[in-house]
Design a protein around this ligand. Structure first.
Ligand code: FMN
Length: 284
């Protein structure tokens, strides 16, 4: 199992030592034009997670390619670039301008932008025509049938799935006003874990694509549970804000978690939670 960061949760240029603990670094989502993002406050703590309304703040494709990507390349870590946009052509143009990286993650699921995007499959198909790089489709569990979306992006040429993005949430201050200037935001952290495990499980049954699981992972045991649901790799997001040492810690804890669960390694655990045998053990 490889350990990545979740897009938007680590700036490798600001914290290269944290990034070097990872097996690959995933950038914040890059859009064709620069975006300042939403007005502050953009982050709020909630009981079991965090709300953010960053709104895809990023320097835009041109500056990213000219300034950020070369500096990221110097870190010597395999790179994934997260690509966003508002129509299939936006995504495809960015994909065709990328080279020398390990993979592209298509952010098909940001809850903090209002513009409606083209369908996930349409975007993946356009990107497939634009690049030979590996394409991971990052999906949202907000769709009523995420497995159906997984099948559609697989048919359109995706090489893998990243599951899941944040889910839309809302928090109030003492005077009952919205905490975030934007109103609602994306909920991340431990509250997401059961939802993410479900999404990984049903998508791993729906397709043969490798899955990067994420959503509330804090410990090695959490990571192992994602493997048991079918994830090949995992990504750490919100936990990095509280514990920059999380990648190394989770890696060490994984070994112990495997012993405790009676499995040899994460490959051995993969898909245990989706076997028909397990299904039968679930009380009706
Ligand atoms: C502050 C913040 C910024 C994020 N920015 C992005 C982003 O730019 N692109 C993206 O695909 N996901 C973004 N995400 C979502 C994460 O990559 C991840 O899917 C989500 O937070 C669930 O993982 P976690 O519970 O471990 O944080 C962001 C999440 C947070 C908390």
């Amino acid at each position: 199992m490889r350990i990545l960061n979740a897009s938007g949760c680590l700036d490798a240029l600001v914290a290269p030592d944290v990034a070097r603990q990872l097996d690959a670094f995933v950038t914040k989502t890059v859009t064709p034009l620069p975006r300042e993002g939403s007005a502050p406050p953009r982050i709020a703590e909630t009981a079991h997670g965090m709300l953010n309304a960053i709104g895809l703040a990023n320097p835009g494709r041109e500056r990213f390619l000219a300034e950020h990507l070369p500096r990221l390349g110097e870190l010597g870590i395999p790179l994934w670039v997260s690509v966003g946009g508002f129509c299939a052509a936006d995504y495809a143009e960015t994909c065709s301008s990328l080279a020398g990286i390990e993979a592209i993650e298509l952010n098909l699921s940001c809850p903090n932008v209002d513009e409606a995007a083209d369908s996930a499959a349409e975007i993946v198909a356009a990107c497939r025509r634009a690049t030979e790089l590996r394409l991971y489709a990052k999906l949202s569990a907000a769709h009523p049938d995420v497995a159906e979306v997984a099948r559609a992006v697989a048919a359109a040429g995706a090489d893998g799935l990243s599951l899941i993005n944040t889910l839309r949430g809302f928090a109030l201050d003492k005077q009952l006003r919205p905490v975030l200037a934007r109103g609602s935001g994306g909920l991340s952290g431990p509250a997401l874990k059961p939802i993410a495990l479900h999404a990984v499980r049903v998508c791993s049954e729906a397709t043969d694509l490798p899955i990067v699981g994420m959503g509330g992972i804090q410990t090695g045991r959490d990571a192992l549970e994602f493997a048991a649901c079918g994830a090949r790799d995992i990504a750490l997001g919100t936990v990095l804000f509280a514990d920059p040492g999380a990648p190394a810690r989770v890696r060490a804890e994984l070994t112990v978690a495997c012993v405790d669960a009676g499995v040899a390694n994460t490959d051995d655990a993969r898909s245990l939670a989706k076997s028909p045998e397990t299904e039968r053990k679930v009380p009706a």
